[in-house]
Design a binder for this molecule. Sequence first.
Ligand code: MF3
Ligand code: CO
Ligand code: CO
Length: 294
Amino acid sequence: MPRDAQGFLVPGVISPKRPVPASIPRPEYVGRSGPRRHDRGDVYSAADIELIREAGRIAAQAVELVGEAIRPGVTTEVLDVIAHEFIVANGAYPSTVGYRGFPKAVCTSINEVICHGIPDDTALSDGDIINVDITAFKNGMHGDLSKTFIVGSVQPEVELLVERTREALERGIKTVAPGRQVNVIGRAIESYAKRFGYGVVRDFTGHGVGASFHSGLIIPHYDAAPAFDDVMEVGMVFTIEPMLTLGTPEHPGIVDWDQWDDDWTVTTKNKSVTAQFEHTLAVTERGADILTLP
Ligand code: MF3
Ligand code: CO
Ligand code: CO
């Protein structure tokens, strides 16, 4: 089993790529080294927002289905198969397959893995937490979300981290309103996380999403003002996806990270446990409309 002597994750064996039926339309980056530049802005019509919602609903239902399969002994490879088959059965393309070389339909990020874990033969253990991050592409639009699940029973401090990371996303979403700068979102998230001495990951952010997987618009999860002063507008679509860590009392706040030789898997440098939740949302006159509900 891929864990080291201290129980930390080590790379496992990644299975061959799963096919996507040729009848399912692909995003433009598939079969190329990376995406083309996004050039249509981040504001969408009501009709386009419904298309993003349709992709987002498929992704959200896939996350729920994966969640039902989570238990000790299950491999992340098995979770990937569940997500992949559900997404293609709904006529959608799993956006991460072939995105800058990522091989699988879901990112599975366990314990000290911050994000972008690749499904492999790693089996879940009692006491793990696992983030499941899925994006679906349908009718030319991407919908992107993630949730962190608890495996069996975890330490109380880990359960609290997961619950408070969910709450941090909630608080970020509540700040969304037209006329505000996007940096208000991270201000709310960081001030909440700081109460508990948690680390807030800075180098991976929320992003514009819709016609592109990552549009170039960046949504920080910390108080970045006066930077990141893009003003929210009705119809703007982006993700909020805070990653919080238990951190250490000596070094709260900023989080240092490492990346595995697979060029994807990102872990906390001190191997402290980290959780994440993500939604795609549209800005409305009244606040935020979450587009990634099951
Ligand atoms: N879904 C992730 C996000 O929230 C991106 C994953 S890209 C991958 O932005 F290539 F790692 F899958
Ligand atoms: Co995501
Ligand atoms: Co995202």
